[in-house]
Unconditional design. Structure first.
Length: 265
């Protein structure tokens, strides 16, 4: 067996010791079953190591997301996303503050409405005691290129039912920039018509009235998943309250010819 060249010796030793529990015999490394490691096998081992290191770097590059918890009895239960790592520190602070303010601003408006309800003499006590504000979030895509998440807020301030709504953000981790829907597509691409057709087709299939829907705009609400683009519409925006938040999915495969190269997977 040819001796391994000096520059490959460190990698060679690590691979054999960690993967094959190698032993050293007369200055030449052999596996325990005494089968010599040839040049072809060495290259396979080296490529395996490089691929493993790539995978480690890929995973560690994704954003680490933690939470802030806010509670005030049954009135307030809120979970707010916060980035810990995975992007420049300046961007971390910017987005973390944005996510906090989305919840705090909504809760401030809720408190004002809640105070008026609690001091009203015309509402029954059980309705006053049912006031509720909940906030949560879900991360839908988090990889080397993008982190995309949505914050959901639900509040009840009296009446027949409460109301929910979503606020989503999609961030390019290479630039720190928040993407609008139009940023997902190549310049000049007719994405509005393509996506509009999907909305109208899904609307007909699900028997949605599509109140006032005319087109998909550059700033239409969306988030990214691992498989595609999710458009969403708030309650009452294109359908009655009973439909909740309407979500319409379009796969990356169906948009491959007009997507920016970094968006599809």
């Amino acid at each position: 067996m040819r001796r391994v060249e000096r520059e490959n010796d460190a990698i060679y030793r690590i691979l054999l010791l960690r993967k094959n529990k190698a032993v050293k015999v007369s200055g030449v490394f052999k596996m325990k079953n005494s089968v010599s490691l040839g040049k072809k096998q060495l290259w396979i081992c080296m490529l395996t190591l490089l691929f493993s290191l790539y995978c480690v770097n890929f995973v560690s590059a994704a954003v680490s997301v933690t939470s802030i918890q806010m509670e005030q009895g049954k009135l307030l239960v809120a979970t707010i996303p916060q980035f810990e790592s995975g992007m420049d520190a300046g961007f971390l602070g910017k987005y973390n503050e944005t996510y906090r303010q989305i919840v705090l601003t909504a809760f401030s408006k809720f408190e004002k409405a809640g105070f008026e309800i609690r001091t009203s003499s015309q509402l029954p006590e059980h309705m006053k005691n049912a006031l509720t504000f909940h906030a949560g979030y879900e991360v839908f895509r988090n990889d080397l290129q993008f982190v995309s998440l949505a914050q959901k807020i639900y509040q009840y301030t009296g009446g027949a039912h409460g109301i929910s709504w979503l606020t989503a953000s999609t961030i390019n981790l290479q630039t720190g920039r928040t993407y609008k829907l139009s940023d997902l597509f190549a310049e000049g691409a007719d994405y509005s018509e393509r996506l509009g057709e999907v909305v109208r087709r899904e609307g007909a299939k699900r028997k949605l009235p599509l109140w006032g829907f005319k087109e998909v705009r550059p700033d239409s609400a969306f988030y990214l998943t691992d498989e595609g683009v999710m458009l969403f519409f708030q309650p009452y925006e294109i359908a009655p309250y009973s439909e909740g938040i309407v979500r319409i999915f379009i796969s990356y495969r169906d948009l491959a010819d007009i997507l920016q190269p970094e968006v599809g997977r």
